[in-house]
Design a protein around this ligand. Structure first.
Ligand SMILES: Nc1ncnc2c1ncn2[C@@H]1O[C@H](COP(=O)(O)OP(=O)(O)O)[C@@H](O)[C@H]1O
Ligand SMILES: [Mg+2]
Length: 222
């Protein structure tokens, strides 16, 4: 929000724009890149994906970055983000499933439906998702995200390439704090950066939250 040149910074201001900015998830990111290579060759529609791991370690960021890189100019029209708890909101699960049956917009080769918090779906809703994933057209790619795979229907799991996201190691945590800091007017010394990286305990979202809390109490740089 603008306020006489002041603006409240939020976590959203630090959202990674590309897979290069998703740090500390080497295995998952490498697999996403391999899938993207096939997409760029024009040979492959991506498999359905399931991203799992603790909160705040980059699942949503990676899903969006992957979508942007896979869809290019078709991203805006063909990437939809759905949360399980909006089920009764503007779009119900059956509507979503219906939508997955029509071709993607603008001549794109596929669309991506990013389904967050999929473990919160009831077993029957998970069951409803299954035929959509088998979809006749094969042009809807589902990316499912959840914290743990325990509550998930095996039928969903077996239809997805499963990618694990982990707590981020200390060196990458420092890089994340440093690059977020560079997008703020705050000035912090190395000890403070180190302290934030440590206290966030492997969770980048927590590091950015701490950075905003602590930085807000400092005199602005410059
Ligand atoms: N691995 C990461 N590398 C860089 N930034 C990250 C990473 N994980 C999280 N973040 C930061 O935290 C924010 C929230 O992360 P998010 O992707 O929503 O986590 P999740 O979906 O796993 O809960 C991101 O927008 C980004 O600013
Ligand atoms: Mg998320």
């Amino acid at each position: 929000m603008e306020n006489g040149g002041r603006r409240r910074l939020s976590i959203e201001d630090f959202r990674p724009q590309s897979l290069d900015d998703v740090l500390g998830q080497e295995l998952a990111v490498a697999r996403l890149r391999r899938i993207l290579a096939g997409v760029r060759n024009g040979t492959v529609v991506p498999p359905h994906l399931l991203l799992h791991g603790p909160p705040g370690v980059g699942k949503t960021a990676a899903a969006r970055a992957f979508g942007r890189e896979a869809l290019g100019e078709n991203f805006e029209a063909n990437f939809s983000e759905l949360k399980s708890f909006d089920n009764r909101g503007h779009e119900s699960l059956p509507d979503i499933i219906m939508r997955s049956r029509v071709p993607p917009l603008g001549g794109a080769p596929f669309r991506i439906l990013f389904f967050d918090e999929v473990e919160a779906l009831s077993p029957s809703a998970q069951h409803d998702l299954r035929p959509a994933m088998e979809g006749e057209g094969g042009w809807s790619v589902y990316i499912l995200a959840c914290n743990g795979v325990e509550g998930l229907a095996r039928a969903l799991l077996s239809r997805c390439t499963v990618l694990e996201f982990k707590p981020v190691g200390p060196a990458d945590m420092r890089r994340i704090v440093q690059s977020a800091l560079a997008k703020t007017p705050f000035r912090m010394d190395g000890a403070m950066i180190e302290s934030i990286a440590q206290r966030a305990n492997g969770v980048p979202r927590e590091a950015i939250k701490l950075l905003l809390e602590e930085g807000g109490a400092l005199p602005a740089a410059g």
